[in-house]
Structure formats: C-alpha cells, structure tokens
Design a protein around this ligand. Structure first.
Ligand code: TRP
Ligand code: ZN
Length: 880
C-alpha cells in the first residue's frame, strides 16, 4: 500500500509558469556522501502568467536545506516552508526581479534510483530528465522554464581529475587540500532537465569535426581508462550524424565542444544534456571481439538520436511533459532515417516495423494504452514508452509520407526557425508543417490524441470486362482505457499492383497513370478505383508499412508465396513471407489444440527454398526473409495466448524447414562463413547475418554434425557476432557441451561487463527445460547486482520479457519470481522496478489459470508498503 494516494497530473490543467528563472549559477562541492550545492537564481514574475498568488513554489526532493536568502537577506523560519516535494516562499517580491540563494546538501552514494546526482562505479554523474534536477536543488523544475546556466565544480583532484558540465569551459584552478575547480558556462538558455555534470577519473578520446559553415568542433568521449580502445565506432557515428543532419535537415552544431560520457549505471539508453551527453556504456563501447554487429548498429542509432536532439529537443524543447513525443517521436524518426541511410533503408525499415508490431502494438492493445500525447500521468517516467517513442516516430513518418520529402523539409525548416529557443507543443509542430506547405492536417491530428492500433480491412472487386479494380477499405479502432469510442483517422495507404507474371502493373488512378500511389483513407469506409488493367492484379497494400495499423487482408498461401517472390516493395516482400509463415504456424497451432499430427504445407518449404536460392544479393535482407515471426508477434494475434502451442508450432516449422532444406542451409553457411576479425562493414555484416541464420536452423537438427559446426564456430570466433550466435545456437539446443561452452565464455569475458550481460541474457532466454532453475541460480551469481540496471535487464528483464515459454510456466513460478524482484527493486530504483512490471501487464491475454496467477502477483505488488509512484501507477493501471 502507498503511504498517501498519489496525484494525477492532467494536460488540461496546464498553465504557464508564474515565475521565470533567467539565470542560475551553480556551485558544487562534490563529495560521495555530502555534496554541497549552492544555487544563485535570478527570478522574476512571468508576464504571461495570469496567476495572482504571491507565493513561490520551488520543486525539491531528498534535499537537506542549509540556507535560503532573497537578495542577500536570509529568510526567517516563518517566511517559507519545506515539504517532501517542494519549498514554498510565502511572499516573493512582485515588483522587481530578485535573487534567491539556496544552499543544500545531497548524498550521491545513497542514490540508487540513479536520478539527480549519483555515483556510478567511481564517477559522479547526473540524470535530470524528466524531473531529476529537483533532487539536486530546489527549482522551477518544468521544461518551459529556460535558464542560462553557469556551473562551478569543486572536488578532490586525485579522485575527480575530470570535472565536466554543459557548454564551454571558462576557467579552472587549484585549491588547498588537493582540491581543484573548473567552471562552465552554457550560452544557450535551457530547461533544467538538460543540465548535467560529471566528475571522475576519465580518459578522453578526442577528435574534431568541421561544420558546413567551417567551424571546428572538438569532439570528446570520456570513458574509464580500460575502455579507450572501444570508442572508435562511437566517434565515427557521431561524425556521421553531424554530417547527416547538415545534409538532410540543414542543421549545424552550435557549441564549440561536444562531449559524451559513458557510465555503467544508467536507467535508460542515453541522455541529450546540452553539450554533455551521458550514455549507458552499452551504447558507446564497441570492439569487434566484444560487440556484435547489432550492438554496432544500436550505437550508431543512439549516438545519432542524442545528437539530433540538439535541435529536436534542445534548441526547440517541450512546453510540458505531455508533449514528450514532440522531441522523442521526431528524434526517433530522425535516427531511423539516419541509420537507414548509413546501412540499408530496406533492412532498417523491417527491423523498426518488426519491433513496433511485436512490442508497441501489445502496449496499445493492453491496459497501459495511451495516446502519443498522453492526457494524464501519475509518474512521468512511466511515459517514456514505446507509444511515445516508436508510434510517435510513425506519426512523424506519416507526415513525411503525406507531404513528401521536400514538403516535410520545408515544414521542419519553418518549425526550427519559428520556434528556436522556445518550449512548444505537438500542435506547434503540425502547424509549422501545415503553414509551410499550405495544407490542412486537421483530421491527422487525431493520431496524437487517440490511442489504440487501428484495424484496416480490405475488400476487392475486380471487373474483368472493364479492366477495373475497386478496393473498399474500412477502418476501426478498438476501445482503449478512457477512450471507448474512436473517430476515423487519416491513414496514408501506399499501394502498388502486380501483373500475373510478377511485374509491376501500370494502372490508372484519379485520371492519371501510376505504378504506385498513396491513398488517403479518411473515412470509416472508402472505395478506391483503379483502371486500365490488363488482367486481375495482385494487390500490394500498405507498402513500406505506410501507417501503424493492423492490415487484415485474407490471402491464400499461393498469393503470399507469389508476393514473396515478386513484390518490388522490399517491405511487403518480407511481409508476405511473414504472413506465409504466420498462417502456417496458426494451422499447426490448430492441429496441436485438436491433437492432430503436425504437417507443414509444402508450399511453405518451397517458398523458403526459393529465398535460400536467391534474394537479390542483399545478404542482411535475405537473413530477414529467413527469420520466422517471433513468438511474441504470433501471440499478439491470438484471442487467448497459448505460449506452449505457439512455441511448439514455431519450433516445428523451424525444424521441418531445417530438415527439408538442410543441404541449402549448409551450403549457404559454408559459402559465407569466414574466419574474420569482425570489421563493421555492410558486406561482412550481411555475410555474418545470413550464415548465422543458417546455423540457427541447422542446430534444430540436433545432429552431432550440427552440434560440431556450432561448437567449432564458437571456439574459433574472432568476433562477438559469431561467438554469441554460435553460443545461442548451442544454448538453445541439446548440445552436450553447453555448460562447458558457457563456462569458458564466462572465463574469457569476466572483465567485460557488457559481454557478461549477454551471458546472463542467453541463459535467461533459453527455451531448454531447466531455464527457470538456472535463472534463480544466476540471481545468486557473484556477478549479479540488483543496483546495476543493465544487469537487471539482462537477467530479470530478459527472462520476463523475452522468454514467454518459461516466464509463463503454468504453475506461476515465473510470475512469483518477477513480483519478488519488482518489490525488491521498488526500494532501490523505482524506474527500473516499474519497467519490470510490464511482464505482468498483459495478464488478460492468457487463460483463466494464468490470469488469476498474474493478477494475484500484481495485487501483491500493489499491496506493498512504501510503493513508489512509478510501480503503483503501472501495477494499479494493469489491474484496472
Ligand atoms: N531523453 C532520453 C532519450 O534520448 C531519455 C532518457 C534518458 C530518460 N534517461 C532518462 C528518460 C531517464 C527518463 C529518465 O530518449
Ligand atoms: Zn530521445
């Protein structure tokens, strides 16, 4: 039970700040347990506020006040009050700007929530988004209050030789007692969530970038000494991102220095603090022998993401936290475009859609569904969601589709020019795009306010005599919490038609010849006509996944196999293969449930045989075509999820394909397997992806030959992609040397935290029978640590979110285990605890037995003493 019932914050209650703080000078005397903070703030009333109270409320939590003065006069006890969440000055000067000087103490070592100032390994660092600054000092902690920051850091010179904050370094010097100081000044006004400081024994990897206007920027990555050999890829990614944003959006970097610090303890991926990004080590450090190809890709994506925030987030920021997708959806869209341009747009799009459909669609269909722009929250940290980030990016992508690349760019130019230095709303973004293009996007705005994944159905009517096709599209959207009735959305539906020989058809639409069109589906039901057809075409709909919807279009296995062979749209070609496999798997699930023998349709085997023979030369794409839909994606399509049947049916398909196509898998494996050190270039990445996809099929054969193949690759690998892929194949099979391989991997990598995370995850996600017992043992492993989020995610997160078979064990042991961990984490790190609850949130999707077991655990969590707002909100909304 919570100590007090928590407050809900509503978007409709937004009012402008009553006061503004134009400038703040911060002075830190850094110490692990007693950091002394002095904040000198220039405050004035906000001329745009109509409020008339004379009180001044400053947010602050877990702070110890030492002194408070206004314009140099210390306040008397009766002039202010300090509570758990805020400090209120009863009567602030109204007739003039004034200065408040506050001194307080904080304890970074006790801060296991990793919000505010905390200790990570031996360095001190901060995390202020969303509302962590209030754990540093009392302040108007809201993003529409923007201030110029000057910061002085004082610390022991031996322990903290490097002292960093936002902006440019303005001075430094020595002090007595082996202490020293460094001063920083950020010339750009910013909300306090973008403040950062870092102190520690850090090595610096430096480079330079010359901007499009010829300015020379210093780039610096700070890491612990033993990691300096793992920064090359991050630096290269940063330079690529800086160039790409100039070329694609015309946006240039604005300070003389760009710093990135990598820390071991971090609640999320990374943070875009102005001029001083703080990153989870996972998204900085890479060396071919320690990081996989997909780690390299994620690093490139996250480095790009945080860099792009400098404009979409920092120069133009959010008015309030309900507008979070303004910066996150837009910046994810930008990082997706960037990653696509750096590697392969086709492959990147498939990966992004796959993630969206397996994870965000589930969120949107469950008890935690909320609009891209939420309307209410208890704890804002709970709204850094797949919906705000990934669906938000899809909404921006649809705007890009509707306006075209050039129109979208004009809109963005206007947005950045009009709102530079301001804190704005999603509405301001859409308005800028409208104004720049002279269009009206009224109905489109519903994507920001309406939750849930729309369903689009299709009816085809072909008139052979006149060579005409009529498509009738219908849209609907299921109810979500607090939104029982939905309005039709403006859905861009990209379409192409294929001739009977597989070639693209030219057709007439709206009086013009086309080979591809984007339909504007705006009504609940709408018909579209296509003429001038030589014969009945095969329809390729929702190309490139042009809208985040579920498309329901009944197709035969033959038609899907045809599209898999011929569709010129790379996304829809892959999608056809996914649908083909999905249908085959669901047929098998029916057989399992009816107790019938299992048999795979020959047409499926033939389709995969053709994919193995040739997929047009892009090996990464070929590997994606070979990947079967994930269990979680399949489960999302079942009325009542049957984890065992899904697993069994999917495994059966994989094994049957392996048996029927063993020679082809082996041949491709041999063709592309090299003993290579693992450089990150498109050719090598493609080879590894494809051959490792083949290896994972071959291991399903469980033959001594296939076991030997995997073990050889594991022992000989000189890059992490090959080593971990082989180990995964071993761990997910009945390989006799499994334990020995796991032990030797551990011994080899015990000094590399990020590799040991992989070791935990592999075991936590194994489908083999004794997995739960192993997970329990791993909790007691000396390398496990509940205070390190990456470790918790690697074990507890991976087991509960990526091992449906064992997490959903019918006896409820997985659920009990997770609830115990959530309760432990609640006291240490509410943000991480709350993220772990998501494993239980989907309880309504399972059978009655599992429902009641999961519900019971959620109820046990809600009844816990001293429950954080974070966990309370997620667990109670899951039960509602
Ligand atoms: N703004 C960060 C991003 O790039 C997200 C983030 C990092 C964050 N750390 C956080 C959000 C802590 C909440 C709490 O997406
Ligand atoms: Zn972001």
């Amino acid at each position: 039970m919570r100590d007090a019932s928590p407050q809900t914050v509503y978007l409709k209650d937004y009012t402008p700040p009553e006061y503004l703080i134009d400038q703040i000078e911060l002075h830190f005397e850094l110490d692990e347990q007693r950091t002394r903070v002095q904040a000198r703030m220039n405050v004035r009333r906000n001329p745009h506020s109509s409020a008339d109270s004379v009180a001044l409320k400053l947010w602050g939590e877990e702070l110890q006040l030492l002194s408070i003065a206004i314009d140099g006069r210390p306040l008397q006890e009766n002039e202010f009050v300090v509570g758990d969440e805020a400090l209120i000055v009863h009567e602030a000067p109204q007739d003039r700007p004034f200065e408040i000087l506050i001194e307080n103490l904080i304890d970074p070592q006790a801060n296991t929530a990793l919000e505010g100032l905390y200790l990570s390994s031996s360095m001190l660092c901060t995390q202020c988004e969303a509302q962590g600054f209030r754990k540093i000092t009392w302040f108007l902690d809201r993003p529409d209050v923007m201030s110029r920051f000057k910061t002085t850091l004082v610390a022991d010179k031996a322990k903290y030789p490097v002292l960093l904050s936002n902006g440019n370094k303005t001075g430094s010097g020595e002090l007595e007692n082996n202490r020293h100081w460094v001063s920083w000044e950020d010339p750009f006004a910013k909300p306090c969530y973008l403040f950062a400081l870092v102190a520690g024994q850090l090595a610096c990897v430096a480079d330079q970038f010359v901007t499009m206007s010829g300015r020379r920027i210093d780039l610096q990555i700070f890491v612990e000494q033993h990691n300096v050999d793992k920064c090359g890829h991050a630096i290269q990614s940063l330079k690529n991102a800086m160039r790409w944003d100039e070329q694609t959006y015309g946006l240039e970097y604005d300070l003389d220095l760009y710093m990135i610090v990598a820390v071991d303890h971090f609640n999320m991926g990374a943070m875009e603090n102005k001029g001083l990004n703080v990153f989870n080590t996972k998204f900085v450090l890479a060396r071919p022998d320690t990081a996989t190809d997909s780690d390299y890709e994620h690093i490139e994506g996250v480095i790009g993401h945080e860099y792009f925030h400098n404009w979409s987030g920092n120069r133009v920021t959010c008015r309030d936290w309900f507008q979070l997708s303004l910066k996150e959806g837009f910046t994810v869209f930008r990082d997706q475009q960037f990653s696509g341009d750096m590697t392969s747009p086709a492959v990147k799009r498939i990966e992004d859609v796959n993630a969206l459909r397996t994870r965000q669609f589930a969120e949107d269909a469950g008890p935690l569904a909320h609009p891209v722009r939420p309307e209410a929250y208890i704890e804002i940290n709970n709204f850094y969601t797949l919906t705000v980030y990934e669906k938000g990016a899809e909404v921006v992508r649809m705007l890009h589709t509707l306006l075209g690349a050039a129109g979208f760019r004009m809109g963005c130019d206007l947005y950045f020019q009009r709102h530079d230095g301001q804190a704005v709303t999603c509405e301001d973004f859409v308005k800028a795009l409208e104004d720049a293009n002279g269009v009206e996007l009224g109905q489109f705005r519903r994507w920001y306010s309406q939750a849930g994944t729309p369903v689009v159905t299709v009816e085809q009517d072909y008139d052979a005599a006149n060579g005409r096709l009529q498509l009738t599209l219908r849209q609907s959207c299921p109810p979500t919490p607090n939104q029982p009735v939905k309005q039709p959305l403006h859905i861009p539906v990209k379409l192409g038609l294929l001739n009977a020989d597989g070639s693209p058809a030219t057709f007439e639409f709206a009086g013009q010849p086309h080979t591809e069109v984007t339909l504007d589906l705006t009504a609940a039901e709408q018909s579209f006509n296509f003429g001038n057809l030589a014969g009945k075409p095969v329809v390729s709909l929702l190309r490139g996944f042009s809208a985040p919807v579920t498309l329901q279009m009944p197709r035969s296995l033959d038609e899907l196999a045809f599209l898999l062979s011929h569709d010129s749209d790379t996304f829809n070609r892959w999608e056809a293969g996914q649908q083909l496999a999905t249908q085959a798997i669901f047929q098998l699930i029916d057989s399992i449930e009816l107790g019938r023998p299992l048999q795979l349709e020959p047409i499926v085997v033939d389709a995969y045989r053709r994919v193995l023979a040739d997929a047009g030369g892009d090996l990464s794409y070929q590997a994606l075509l070979l990947a079967l839909p994930e269990e979680s994606y399949l489960s999302g399509q079942m009325p009542v999820i049957d984890v065992e049947a899904v697993h069994q049916a999917r495994e059966f398909v994989k094994k049957t394909l392996a048996e029927n196509l063993a020679e082809q898998f082996l041949e491709l494996y041999r063709q592309y397997h090299r003993d290579e050190s693992g450089c990150f270039d498109a050719g090598a990445v493609g080879r590894r992806r494809l051959k490792n996809a083949c290896l994972s099929y071959l291991c399903k054969l469980e033959t001594p030959d296939s076991h030997r193949l995997a073990e050889q690759q594991f022992r000989a690998a000189r890059n992490m992609t090959d080593q971990i892929s082989a180990l995964a194949a071993i761990v997910n099979s009945r390989h006799p040397d499994q334990d020995d391989c796991l032990d030797s991997f551990y011994r080899q990598w015990q000094q590399e935290a990020l590799v040991i995370d992989k070791w935990f995850t592999l075991q936590a996600t194994s489908s083999m029978p004794n997995t739960f017992a192993k997970v329990q043992n791993l909790m007691r492993h000396p390398a496990f640590d509940m205070k390190t989020p990456n470790r918790v995610r690697a074990l507890v997160g991976a087991f509960s979110q990526s091992n449906p078979l064992h997490f959903h064990a019918a006896n409820g042991e997985g659920y009990r285990f997770l609830a115990d961990r959530v309760i432990e984490l609640n006291a240490l790190n509410p943000q991480i605890a709350s993220r772990m609850v998501s494993g239980l949130a989907q309880w309504r999707r399972y059978d009655a037995n599992r429902q009641s077991l999961m519900k019971q655990e959620l109820q046990r969590i809600v009844a816990t003493d001293h429950l954080s707002k974070d966990v309370y909100e997620i667990a109670s909304k899951s039960l509602a």
